[in-house]
Design a protein around this ligand. Sequence first.
Ligand code: GAL
Length: 803
Amino acid sequence: MAKAYNDGWYFSEQFDENWLSWKGTDLTDEALVQLLEENHFTQVRLPHTVKELPSNYCNELDYQMLSCYWRLIEAPLDWTGKEILLTFGAAAHVAEVYLNGQFLAKHANGYTAFTVDLSPALRLGQKNSLLVKLDSRETVNVPPFGKAVDYLTYGGLYRGVTLAIKERSYFEDVFVNATGDKKLHLQLKGREADDAEIQGWIGDGSDNLVAVIDKRPFVAELTLELPEVELWTLENPTLYQLHLELMKDHQKLDEHTVRFGFRSLAFTSDGFFLNGEKIKLRGLNRHQSWPYMGYAVPKAGQVLDADILKFELGCNAVRTSHYPQSHDFLNRCDEIGLLVFTEMPGWQYIGDEEWKKVALQKVREMVEQYRNHPSIFLWGVRINESPDDDNFYRETNALAHALDPSRPTGGVRNFKRSHLLEDVYTYNDFFHNGSNKGCEAKDKVTSNPQKGYLISEYNGHMFPTKSYDWERKRLEQALRHARVLNDVADEDDIAGSFGWCLFDYHTHQDFGSGDRICHHGVLDMYRNHKLAASVYAAQGCEKPVLAISSSMDIGEHPAGFLGDIYAFTNADEIRLYKNQKFVKSYVADKAYSALGKAPVLIDDIIGDLLVEEENLSPKVSEKVKKCLLAIAKYGPEALPLSLYPTMAQLIAFYGVTREKAERWFGKYVASWGEKATQWRFEAWKDGEKVAETIKEPVQKVSLEVKVDHVDLCEEDTWDMATIRIRAIDQNGNTLPYLNRSLTFKLDGQADLIGPEHAPLVGGMAGTYIKTIGQKGSAQLTISMAGAEDVQINFTCEGGKENE
Ligand code: GAL
């Protein structure tokens, strides 16, 4: 078993060649600490970022450095004759590993794991000096570097490290290819295992034995048939465990456990099929970045992102743009039934032969390290949005297919009729500009209509939207997502689509809004929902969804005209009440007829009120309403000409004077000079009210705080709680323009990540708490002027055995 090796590290923002000659052996503990301090090392725990960054207006040069991680390894004598394997989850971006001054390994590119055999340089029974020289400068000749890149590539040992003590014979790799016909094809790679035997078992998620693998000679390939197993599906993602033991002379030399699921995957010219069932993929692109910490976030943060996609946004798929991401994220996708399109690292640029060699090696590492995750349905084997390079991409395709015959390949391009060497044409379709169709037809793009076709990105930079943008802009972002989803749903032969993107992300100076942020997310960087998130939630979530696009404040709009109001909901009907009086009921907008849960257009906020309150006949009321609503939508100066005859009729035959019209407009549309107006939107489903939202003048401000978990527990690494904060009114509506400052005060056995004072942005904010290896409790107090403090209590379980 590999042990977590995440504590006891020291870090320096510099690197000095002289440090290579340090021999841990010669020094007392005190002398060692002194030496480290003199050389500006600080003690750190992994995952670690070389530099915490501010949440915006950060500088990408800050994390670019030649830095050093150092750790003492005490090697007991009973390691004699063993293989000592140290595995780094990720080292961004080029790492050299030295032990006692001896160079052991170099790994290029920060998105895959690598293992170093320490044995050749290890001094048993002594203290050993382990040193990692880490280059996080973007000048290194490895993907994604070489040209501009639209995301920050933060440096650090940002995933966990493990240490495994192995006999000379051990399992180097086990690939479980479990297919929909309930067969298990195993590929085993062993070190010095040819004369060994294997035995093992297969268990289900509750540790029940499903099958026994009788002792047999070690083989490289083995197929097992299991009659009674359940398939891995989106609704019921059943997982199994394979446990294998390597035996020699009745002695167990090694053991290996893999979690897997049985399912079949297929792309045809017609779409995507999981276990023979056609599924329209509806997903978002995810970067693995966070405020302050960059990439260095432990399991809890990774799990939360997967849960957000599945349970808060109702997605059935995610693309890990533009690199392989944490196994903690992938494990969670396996567990909850979220399909993953994962791809080799890179962005738009293909480098020289040396660069390509690294890229090809990354394809190998990606497939070998990730192929046991049942959630992965597609390998991306092209550098995102790169030009055709047939020789290079023939190699990436062949390699992925050779290492994993079970999955198709794709490769994301941003141009049409590219040379299709993959199984699926995966295309970034930025066709939609707000006033045209949501996507292009498959046959207008692909160079081979017989193969599968998938939209890997849409929207994003076509309409950057901040959480603090004005109401209509936030609405338009939501509608653009709805339009694309609708038009993709309408095209039977498009397998699905991935919106750009899940949340706002840090970027380089060449991109973003000048604040080093691409505001392309349907969530902000702290994982708070923008309006567009509700478009996704409405499609796939079980629990009631109701988001109203407007605060109903006319002053937010040019000339005071409210414009269109939409409800994003998974209910069947929206009922509107004004000051407790029923106005009207609305259903899905027909313009989105292909979408399961189309936005609901609330285009009449007068209903029958003119009949009831002004004694107009229904016929006259309809005419008056038509004019008043048109004025609200277009303004009096830009009314459609078609309305003029109606207005003339009202004046000539029904006694509608200008004064009356103005009064009615004020009362029924603008709600001006009236006592406070209350709008109540009710969502009804199957004859029952399932949700309601009230819009009225803000009377009280408070903070709503959501915490992913309060029982913090260190497993392999430090643990982290994500705290998401919204300023809300008395009815729970977000207050997007409340920009007061928040204060975070933390007491107890935990640390705050990020600043102690932060402003609300778009009425929302976030902060993070991390454990410090101690058992105990912690209390976070969040304060803001004008609102009651919010207190959250955490318990902290200290470090499990962590070398
Ligand atoms: C794409 C690119 C993404 C992101 C996006 C913004 O071209 O693949 O990484 O930059 O544009 O919309």
